[in-house]
Write a protein that binds this ligand. Structure first.
Ligand code: FMN
Length: 354
């Protein structure tokens, strides 16, 4: 088949990564609004719906296991188009209570050869009131939606809990699950919140505020033992699952990488897998695990499922390979299932742990 995305990428990669993102957002958002008739032919091609991939998680039907990681649709403006492009769930955000511009530009870089990205966006977003308003006319949506939430840059550590309280209240009825983001490297001091006391306070509070599942997103740079500890504190206090991982600050992974922001994409694959597997060894069967970080093929997706992921997410590989990757991953999972003699995705998930 003609490589449409290859052509589009050639054009889009002439722009700075951030401008290319704005262009994509413009077309994704307006395409769905002003030319909604394109959604169903796109979905017919890109969205893989097969009973063998369907799961009920958090009381909601996930038609396939592949989702879009947080940070692509920060303001929840592209949900319809992203569904048509094949994603079985979408995590919007990170959203902060107040709108914020994020860090100084340039703050987004491509490493084309390594199929990797470095970003120091810093939670640029329209804030919870505006994004919530947008979602009020969309939610509930057929495709499961996750709300990824984070504190404002100017909020001190002492007041951080209050930010998460406001955000949970705002998005608990506008999402199917929520994700606490204290693992982004781009808000000073944020990762320090990955400590026992804060996590305990946070999840105790979350449980009082909502019955919706609230998950914790983990950084890949924690010591494995610390990640296990932080996760078990979260789970003991009511967390409904773990999302692993965010971007890495291990700049040695790319020669001449900038010394700020977080790396994602192919260079993150092994690091993210190692962290995910360690978490899965401890928590598979006890909670819901979502794997994200450097997934760029059906093989890698299948490896994460076998390791114990109920759901997987991509971000960087979507930029480098386009929506045909969504189709390829879901069809590739089905192919591998057939070869291995599995009749439903639930039989693959955690098969390496049994
Ligand atoms: N993760 C978040 O939890 N919140 C964010 O706002 C967020 N913004 C991101 C912005 C960019 C440009 C990129 C590349 C990633 C961002 N992420 C964010 C991290 C992704 O959700 C994901 O965890 C990470 O990129 C690893 O997946 P990947 O290798 O498939 O990209």
């Amino acid at each position: 088949m003609f490589d449409y995305y290859g052509l589009m990428k050639k054009f889009m990669f002439n722009f700075s990564p951030e401008n290319a993102h704005h262009i994509a957002e413009f077309f994704f958002k307006n395409g769905a609004t002003y030319a909604p008739f394109i959604l169903s032919p796109l979905a017919e091609h890109f969205f893989i719906h097969d009973k063998r991939l369907e799961q009920t998680i958090f009381g909601k039907t996930f038609l396939n296991p592949l989702g879009l990681g947080a940070g692509f649709d920060k303001n929840a403006t592209m949900i319809q188009m992203l569904t048509a492009l094949g994603f079985g769930h979408i995590e919007y955000g990170t959203i902060t209570p107040e709108p914020q511009n994020g860090n100084a530009k340039p703050r987004l870089f491509r490493y084309v050869e390594q199929e990797s990205i470095q970003n120091a966006m810093g939670f640029n977003n329209e804030g919870m009131y505006k994004v919530g308003k947008r979602l009020e006319s969309l939610y509930p949506f057929a495709t499961p939606l996750g709300a990824n939430i984070g504190k404002n840059k100017t909020t001190t550590a002492e007041n951080a809990l209050k930010d998460y309280e406001k955000l949970i209240k705002r998005f608990k009825d506008l999402s199917d699950y929520l994700v606490i983001n204290i693992s982004s490297p781009n808000t000073p001091g944020l990762r320090d919140l990955q400590n026992e006391q804060f996590i305990k306070d946070l999840f105790v509070m979350a449980k009082e505020l909502t019955l919706k599942p609230v998950l914790l997103k983990i950084a890949p740079d924690l010591e494995i033992n610390d990640a296990l500890h932080v996760s078990s504190v979260a789970l003991e206090n009511g967390a409904a699952g773990i999302v692993a991982t965010n971007t890495t600050i291990d700049y040695s992974l790319i020669p001449n990488a900038r010394d700020f922001g977080g790396l994602s994409g192919k260079v993150l694959t092994e690091k993210s897998f190692v962290m995910f597997e360690a978490l899965a060894k401890e928590f598979f069967g006890k909670t819901t695990l979502i794997s994200v970080g450097g997934i760029d093929s059906a093989d890698e997706a299948y490896r994460r499922l076998k390791a114990g992921a109920s759901l997987i997410q991509i971000y960087s590989a979507f930029i480098f390979k386009g929506p045909s990757l969504n189709r390829a991953i879901n069809l590739g999972i089905l192919e591998r299932m057939e070869k291995d003699g599995f009749s439903h995705i639930s039989e693959i998930i955690g098969s390496d742990r049994r």
